[in-house]
Design a protein around this ligand. Structure first.
Ligand SMILES: [Zn+2]
Length: 180
């Protein structure tokens, strides 16, 4: 980590020099384009991470959400079956570390400010985690996701207390409610 931080600082120094050169805009732009992407990342200009489910039906609604929120090109994404359920359900215990490690990396590299967890309705992974009956009515489905998203929020607060967290339950048509 220290070696990495040192490298990031070295990149920032180069980037700063490039910015001085931006008084001549073309020179500045070419210098910036020549830098590896993480040099820009170290400047901390990214906004969010979106945690979503692997369900193919959610690609379009999640992208539309990001578009509406002005986040295209400005968020990192972590996609795992069940979204927040994939991170907290004991059924998926083997996956949890991968999420927390990725969250730590996106905080370090991209300096994101907000973590947005998007669970969704009719989620197959929710049923794998908690049984078919977990989501057999809208009320049960809400309660299942509310509990998982609240647990997710609690675990994030324990591990990364500085980050802002949004927890949502999205329908397949892209409409969503804050939950948890
Ligand atoms: Zn799902």
């Amino acid at each position: 980590m220290h070696a990495h931080s040192g490298y990031a600082r070295a990149c920032c120094g180069d980037f700063g020099a490039a910015r001085v050169g931006r008084r001549g805009l073309l020179l500045g732009m070419s210098a910036i384009l020549a830098l590896p992407r993480f040099a820009l990342a170290a400047s901390g200009e990214y906004e969010a991470m979106i945690l979503g489910c692997i369900d193919p039906r959610m690609q379009t609604p999640v992208r539309r959400f990001a578009l509406d929120r002005g986040l295209i090109g400005d968020y990192s994404q972590f996609t795992i079956a069940g979204a927040a359920i994939g991170v907290v359900a004991s059924k998926f215990a083997d996956w949890h570390k991968a999420f927390w490690d990725n969250l730590a990396i996106t905080l370090e590299l991209h300096e994101i400010k907000t973590l947005i967890a998007i669970d969704h309705r009719d989620c197959g992974a929710a049923k794998v985690a908690y049984g078919d009956d977990c989501c057999s009515t809208p009320e049960k489905e809400n309660a299942t996701h509310k509990a998982a998203l609240a647990e997710f929020r609690k675990q994030v607060a324990d591990r990364q207390p500085k980050i802002k967290v949004e927890t949502l339950l999205m329908a397949l048509d892209g409409t969503y409610i804050p939950l948890g």
